[in-house]
Design a protein around this ligand. Structure first.
Ligand code: PLP
Length: 376
């Protein structure tokens, strides 16, 4: 059996090695390392894949969120609502820009922001909402957009974990995650569903004026070289990463389908085990399983992780500490924060290996050892 990893980048690379190596060599020979055709092509290709009007590539998913917030021209102290049950970066950029993070709770089934909790967080100072499509499925966008629209608040979708996922609106129309709010952001960190071989990110929008502004902010606030209209930052996707992403984008649907098959194998294997709750997929979602995350009840989670590690099976806790309990927020006045579902989930979740290269032998091995531990 092949060794089991949380994400098997090596095996995936070997399947596309020739194409990737050729593309990388071409960039090296061209010596166009910044900008150029590969980056331009990737923006166009990703826009057409997503059905978005504009894609602005940038250096990473955290920058993408930061640039999106910068484009909204907020004032220090303006409030931005995010879930606390997410990767730290979602709220980090809010704090970095001296905005006030306001944390909403999530739904225990889907791990995504709970619209009822979100609505309770809204005040006259709320200036943005950032739902996170956690673990690979869409947040309940119809309700989020309805609430946001009623209050005139822009929505930025953090789509770092769900690229390729789809959401069906009540009227039957289907949209890719990241294309439903005013702005969408993503990350091409190597372990993401569409990962490059270094750092990368992108921002999406259908609004042409906003796209110009986002582009300008990502490029030192300049439209014309050496003429700086505003304070921006330096955030670029480089040509080598774009060349690799152009190849991997063509495989994204296939990779996401493999992840879905692995998830179905896991679901079936754990179906009869009362101590384990498998991921809940909302009926309107096409899940792309960035993570496969179980909820445990009455199972010694640390014991299970130790037991699996001894068998050569990695597992992870995403995330061991929710954002609102991170030390850096000790000195920030968050007001009254009560997130019972977030705290409850943090104690119970465990993520198993999930990637495009998992085979049946590995899946059988993993599920057998999880079951053995739970039943012993
Ligand atoms: C990975 C991730 C980010 C940040 O992406 P980087 O490219 O690592 O900066 C932001 N939000 C979420 C939800 C993520 O999973």
């Amino acid at each position: 059996m092949q060794p089991i990893q949380m994400v098997d980048l090596k095996r995936q690379y070997h399947h596309i090695k020739k194409e990737v190596d050729d593309a990388v060599m071409q960039v090296l020979e061209s010596t166009v390392f910044i900008g150029g055709k590969q980056v331009q092509d990737f923006s166009t290709n990703l826009a057409s894949y997503l059905g978005a009007q504009h894609v602005i590539p940038c250096a990473n998913g955290t920058d993408a969120l930061q640039i999106a917030l910068m484009a909204l021209e907020l004032q220090p102290g303006d409030e931005v609502i995010t879930p606390s049950f997410t990767y730290f970066a979602t709220a980090e950029v809010v704090a970095l820009l001296r905005l006030k993070a306001v944390f909403a709770d999530v739904t225990p089934g889907t791990f995504c922001i709970d619209p009822a909790s979100l609505e309770k967080c809204i005040t006259p100072r709320t200036k943005a909402i950032i739902p996170v499509h956690l673990y690979g499925q869409s947040s309940p966008m119809a309700r989020i957009l309805e609430i946001a629209g009623r209050h005139g608040i822009p929505v930025i979708e953090d789509n770092a974990q769900a690229i390729g996922a789809e959401y069906r609106f009540p009227d039957g129309s289907v949209k890719k995650t990241g294309t439903m709010g005013l702005i969408g952001t993503t990350s091409f960190f190597p372990s993401k569903n569409l990962g490059c071989y270094g750092d990368g990110g992108a921002i999406f929008t259908d609004n042409a004026a906003l796209a110009d502004r986002l582009k300008m902010i990502a490029n030192h606030g300049q439209k014309v070289r050496y003429y700086h209209e505003l304070v921006g930052c330096n955030s670029r996707l480089d040509a080598l990463q774009a060349a690799i992403l152009n190849i991997k984008l063509k495989k994204l649907d296939e990779y996401n389908a493999s992840r879905r098959r692995a998830a179905e194998f896991y679901n079936k294997a754990f179906a009869g085990i009362s101590q384990i709750t498998t991921p809940v997929v909302a009926a309107e979602n096409n899940h792309v399983y960035h993570q496969y995350t179980l909820k445990l009840e009455g199972v010694d989670r640390d014991g299970l992780r130790q037991y699996l590690e001894e068998k050569g099976i990695p597992s992870m806790l995403y995330y061991p500490v929710p954002v609102h309990r991170q030390k850096m927020f000790d000195t920030v006045d968050l007001g009254e924060v009560d997130l019972p579902v977030t705290d409850w989930l943090t104690e119970r979740v465990i993520s198993l290996p999930m990637h495009s290269e998992l085979d049946e032998e590995q899946l059988h091995f993993i599920t057998k050892h999880v079951s053995d531990f739970v039943h012993r």
